[in-house]
Design a protein around this ligand. Sequence first.
Ligand SMILES: [Zn+2]
Length: 189
Amino acid sequence: MAQLYFYYSAMNAGKSTALLQSDYNYHERGMTTRLLTAQLDNRFGDGRIASRIGLEKPADTFNNETDLIAWYKDGNPVDCVFIDEAQFLTKKQVDDLAFMVDTMKLPVLCYGIRTDFRGELFTGSERLLAIADKLTELKTVCHCGRKAIMVMRMDENGKALTDGAQVEIGGNERYVSMCRKHYYEALYQ
Ligand SMILES: [Zn+2]
């Protein structure tokens, strides 16, 4: 039975590393895969999935308009599809992925950030949490050592920001993963 998987976490938990490792395992067993990542994430250049520890691989990209069923049918059939930055999928795109899993017997593994810097679910993550077959939390830690589940956006002076666009294109350094206690402490200091 093919399944729809969602691996979720705060930022900098090694999602891309986990994705690339899993992709490697498929290839090691002689299986084929296709990789997809969000177009708006161009930190590492267009169409690449790159991990902070140096692994990287070319990938196709999606945006809000991408028809994922058409994207898949346009290429060669594979044993598994991997999607990075899955928080940026639309609700319809996640529903299409579920359709692909169920009707094409295609495993789809999605990796994404659960909530934004306001603690609100990203659209893609909300839908995946609702309908994925398998949910797995990838853990990262706060500076205090507790599990980090929140993402704080900070200005250049390290002050917590509470509003602004959900997605700010740019470097990672303005986002810090924190436990809930320290997230709220930083927010209300
Ligand atoms: Zn903490």
